[in-house]
Design a protein. Structure first.
Length: 89
């Protein structure tokens, strides 16, 4: 508790606490951000696109995101739907 108190009042102990206290992003915001990332992947070679796509799929796999299962499922399904078209480009 002493770490939290300052002369001016309470402050965050670390960056993670700041993220925890802020409202979670909406599904639409996350899908928009992932969509932007996928647009950037179009400029990469096929091998690099496959690696980046695999990284995104692993990052958003529902089994890896139990604390945000609904959001992870939506993003993972979006990525799966876009995967074939992105890799063929």
């Amino acid at each position: 508790l002493a770490r939290l108190l300052e002369v001016g009042g309470l402050h965050a102990v670390c960056e993670a606490e700041l993220q925890w206290r802020s409202p979670p992003p909406t599904e639409e915001a996350v899908l928009a951000k992932v969509g932007e990332e996928m647009k950037l992947l179009e400029k990469l070679s096929e091998v690099e696109r496959k690696r980046a796509m695999k990284r995104l799929l692993l990052e958003w796999h529902p089994d890896k995101n139990a604390e945000r299962l609904s959001l992870a499922t939506s993003v993972f399904q979006f990525l799966q739907a876009q995967k074939a078209a992105l890799i063929r480009r």
